[in-house]
Write a protein that binds this ligand. Structure first.
Ligand code: ARG
Length: 456
């Protein structure tokens, strides 16, 4: 029997029921639905809208339902229209008329708006803790490899020497921003829609500050139409999750490249790699590839939410039922990716020798060679040109700046002396870059300390 049965002469058709039903995906919110109903029933009692004794019976009944679902004694009926209908129906089956009083001064419209907020608040907490785990791992690795010289790239061309620690800490900054984006979105989400009712509030003397406080919200929504029709928080969170996926995907791309024979900067642990069914030599970075690929799902979820919301008049429309699968999938995907990604990074072997070798090729210290002349008084443009000529000479002689004899240097610019070799040594190039934010070892160590402090 439907909640709205009074108005109808016929039962709903099976096809319509299946099409209309959301229980297959909103049953995930059973706990939040019950938590919200308990707060609502307590408020109704406190405000004298229902008898205290009935309020208490409803709250106890709801707690029993929660226990029974969690112990497996009560199975959620997949034929029900949604989780709200199921729980209210079950309560009524258990309590009779008392159960029927729960829905006073409430609508499924404000109920669902509440449940999603409660559910997503918990989901945010899980993603935050997974991000913090990843940040811990990045800090540990960065500390370990604070002086492991590697090439820094632009255009994927060797550019200037950095350290592996510094490279990892760049990702730490991204994930820190992700944490702050989630916190920020959560702040705006943390207002109570309950009490907006169907769209126009209620004539009952409810007290929304009671429910707000019971459920840990900062305030109640200020406009009943907005309270039931706002899904900005889903869009914002899907945006924040999409950016997490952008970061994970870029990181994955680098891991994939670094695992290749062309780079061989890292080797993934066997437990986090797969082989090929035909090529015995293969060890594939499937986890990183899947994470990179799964970013598409999350961006798709964001697009779904934007599209669902962009054309619907105020207030609630059934289109909005489509919000849940999208935002749930986005959270599930990000959680799954982080769960697989962090131990992969934690267990990978870093091949510092190969990184250093790569950094020693490709004239990565050419800028430092030019800077050396600048420090001796030559204008930067002239120093740049002289160094360019030196690089061309090295290519001609099939050598590099470290091996080029001093008379070759002097032939191009007589300001060069023996000191140039120290000035272009990779370790010096890196460790002299100690301006705030640069790759010098001492900066990396300080950056690690800052991130550890930020994540508590
Ligand atoms: N299952 C619905 C949803 O997820 C609940 C709200 C139903 N409200 C309504 N007026 N039909 O959006």
């Amino acid at each position: 029997m439907k909640l709205w049965a009074g108005r109808f002469q016929k039962e709903i058709s099976k096809t319509t029921n299946d099409f209309n039903s959301s229980i297959a995906f909103d049953s995930k919110m059973y706990k939040q639905d019950i938590e919200g109903s308990i707060a609502h029933a307590s408020m109704l009692g406190q405000c004298g809208i229902i008898e205290d004794s009935e309020s208490k019976k409803i709250c106890d009944g709801l707690r029993e339902i929660l226990n029974d679902i969690e112990s497996g004694a009560l199975k959620i009926d997949m034929e029900a229209e949604d989780i709200h209908t199921f729980i209210e129906g079950e309560l009524t089956a258990r309590l009779g008329d008392t159960g029927k009083r729960l829905h006073t001064a409430r609508s499924r419209n404000d109920q669902v708006a509440l449940d999603i907020r409660l559910y997503l608040r918990d989901e945010c907490a899980e993603v935050e803790s997974l991000l913090k785990e990843l940040l811990q791992v990045l800090c540990n690795k960065a500390e370990e490899y604070a002086d492991a010289v590697m090439p820094g790239y632009t255009h994927l061309q060797r550019a200037q020497p950095i350290t592996f620690g510094h490279h990892l800490m760049a990702y730490a900054q991204m994930f820190l921003r992700d944490l702050s984006r989630l916190a920020d979105a959560k702040k705006r989400m943390n207002v109570l829609p309950l009490g907006s009712c169907a769209l126009a509030g209620t004539t009952y003397p409810i007290d929304r500050s009671i429910t707000s406080e019971l459920l840990g919200f900062d305030a109640a929504t200020e406009n009943s139409l907005d309270g039931v029709s706002d899904r900005d928080f889903c869009i914002e969170l899907a945006g924040a999750l999409s950016i997490i996926m952008v970061h994970l995907s870029r990181f994955s791309e680098e891991i994939i490249a670094w695992c290749s024979w062309e780079f061989k900067f890292v080797e993934l642990d066997d437990a986090f790699s797969t082989g090929s069914s035909i090529m015995p030599q293969k060890k594939n970075p499937d986890i990183a590839e899947l994470v990179r690929g799964k970013s598409g799902r999350v961006f798709g979820d964001l697009t779904t939410l934007l599209t669902v919301m962009k054309g619907i008049a105020l207030a609630y429309n059934k289109d909005m039922q489509e919000d849940k699968e999208a935002i749930f999938d986005a959270f599930d995907t990000v959680k799954m990716c982080l769960t697989a990604f962090t131990p992969m990074i934690d267990t990978m072997t870093v091949l510092t020798e190969n990184m250093r070798k790569a950094a020693a090729g490709g004239f990565i210290n050419a800028t430092d060679c030019a800077d050396y002349l600048v420090k001796k008084g030559l204008p930067f443009r002239d120093a740049y040109k002289a160094t360019g000529t030196l690089v061309a000479r090295c290519i001609e002689l099939k050598t590099d700046l470290e091996q080029l004899p001093l008379d070759e240097y002097k032939a191009i610019c007589d300001m060069f002396d023996e000191g140039v070799y120290e000035a272009i040594s990779l370790e010096k190039c890196v460790n002299d870059r100690k301006a705030f934010g640069g790759p010098a070892k001492e900066n990396v160590i300080a950056a690690v300390a800052n991130v550890r402090k930020a994540i508590g």
